[in-house]
Each structure stands twice: as structure tokens, then as C-alpha cells.
Write a protein that binds this ligand. Sequence first.
Ligand code: 13P
Length: 339
Amino acid sequence: MDLQALNAVAEAMVAPGKGILAADESTGTIKKRFDGIGVENTEENRRDYRELMFRAEGMKHVSGVILYDETIWQNAADGTPLVELIAAAGAVPGIKVDKGAKPLPGFPNETITEGLDGLGERLVKYYERGARFAKWRAVIDIADGVPTWGAVKANAHALARYAAICQAHQIVPIVEPEILMDGAHSIERCDEVTRWVLTTVFNELFEQRVALEGMVLKPNMVISGKKAPVQASVEEVAQRTVAALKATVPSAVPGIAYLSGGQTDEQATAHLDAMNRIGGFPWKMTFSYGRALQAAPQKAWSGKKENVPAAQAAFLHRARMNGLAALGQWEAAMEKVAA
Ligand code: 13P
């Protein structure tokens, strides 16, 4: 393992003013998104959609792109591999390598993320194709009696095993323990579970001898459950998230790249901006958004060739806003526009 090279990639992924585009929806997940805009879920439509983003001006605010297995092997309409478009735009190509969250036996309402078997061999092929980082998402739900220690521990262990295998193959692991915001839980409960999960994850990373300088953490923000009667303010989300991470994430980690997790586009931007305005933490803080970057361009595109420029404009706008938020400059820029 060449840790200096891993660290250089990790630093590039969290470069100031840029963030990660999570375009790694599985075929099933992108079907849900395409259903929402009335687009048939064919291989060609999936390619055309990803290609329009990778050729967009918005890529200047993107440090890395997470791809799904199908996409990493796809070529653009003119035959250029999509990974080459990404690299030409100055971004690092990455790949989702987990095989999804499956029922965890013995734990009726919890899941374990699978995909460790054969991971090393898959990484060799992805590296040859141009991938320099990977992603693995563990899913933790909050409900009555959930999460349990057994499920937190199993998911944290799998994340650490994945991260160690990645580093052994010269791939930077994005470590993503996602605590879902789907329930009716309070922000206090999210805060408590986030601290518990992150502490467990970093214990496991230590035990598996993962070099923290060569990874990127992709956490949820500390936020109220979507169905909670009281919704915490932007300021409270920012304060609590920064405090929880400072208490649990070692400073050797180069950067934090948040998931958007079902927040509205603007909320995701406002929260990231508020955290960067607080400052005083040792890591870069940026975005690794899927929905919060793509909902607007998807709607603008709606599967029609003539809408490609409008979709690219929508993508540029969201990428630019989140790029500003990664610097803590979004709110000030908005006030200028309003004045
Ligand atoms: P969202 O930003 O839509 O949550 O997606 C990010 C991601 O990659 C989840 O694994």
C-alpha cells in the first residue's frame, strides 16, 4: 500500500470548493428516479443521462464521481469511455462496490450490507478501468429498539473490512455509515445514534488497521427525522453535526463528504454552508450528494434530447451552489443576489 498516493487521492476528493457527485444508483434505484420523470429504464437512457452530466460545465465543481458497475464499463455515444469523460473534466472516477443492504438474520428490522466476497478481484478490474476510490454504504435505521448493538457492530465491521481491502488494492475507501432520516425521531435521538455509530466505525477501522489518512468519511448530518413533528433549524443541524463529528472522528481523516439522504436540494446546501461557516474542525467538509444534485437536472431532462442544455444548466446551478457551501460562502452569495 502506498499511503502517500492514497492520501493524495483522498485530498483531491475533498478539494476546496468541490464535492462528489454520487451517480451510483443501481438499476433498480435509477428506475425509481426515471419513473418519476416518465423515462423508460433502458441501458441507453441510463447512459445518455449520465453522459449529459459528465459533459456538463457543472463538473468544474465536482472532485469525484461515484459510478455503478454498469456505468463504469459504458462508453459515451461517440465511443469514449465514460470514465475518460470524468477524468477529462478533472474529477476522480470512483465505484460503488457494496452489493446492497440485506436482511440481517436474527434482527427482524435491520440490515447488513453485503459484498466482501471477491471484493479484491473486483477492485483490480476497477482500478485498471480508472477507478481510484470506492464506496460502501451501511444502512442504520432509527425506530423503537432500533438500531441494536448487534446490527451496529456487524455493519461497522463490514465497513472496516471493506476499507482495508480497498487500501490493499490502492483504492481510497469512502466509508458510509448512513443513519436514515426516514422516521419520526427527534434530532436528539439522531445525535445520540450518530455518535454511537461513528465511534463504533472508527473502533473497527482501527482494529482492521485502516490508515485514516487514506479514506474519506461519508456520514449523515445530525438532523430531525423527516416525520418528526419538530424540525430542527439549519443552525441547530449545523451545530450538532459539527459537535458530533468533532467528538468521534479522528483528525487524521482528510475529509468528510456528506450524503443528502432525502433532504431538499436547498436544505442540503444550506446545512453544508452553515457547517463550513462554523469552522474550527480539522477536516475538509463537502458534499457527496446524489438526489440533492440530480433531482433538478433529471426533471429538466425528462428523457428528451432537446432538454439536454436545460438539464446541464440545472446541474451547473446545484453544483455551483454546493461548491459555494463547501467554502461556507453560499449564504453570503445569496444575500448579494437578493440585494
Ligand atoms: P443521497 O445524497 O441521495 O443520499 O445519495 C448519496 C449516496 O451515495 C447514498 O449512498
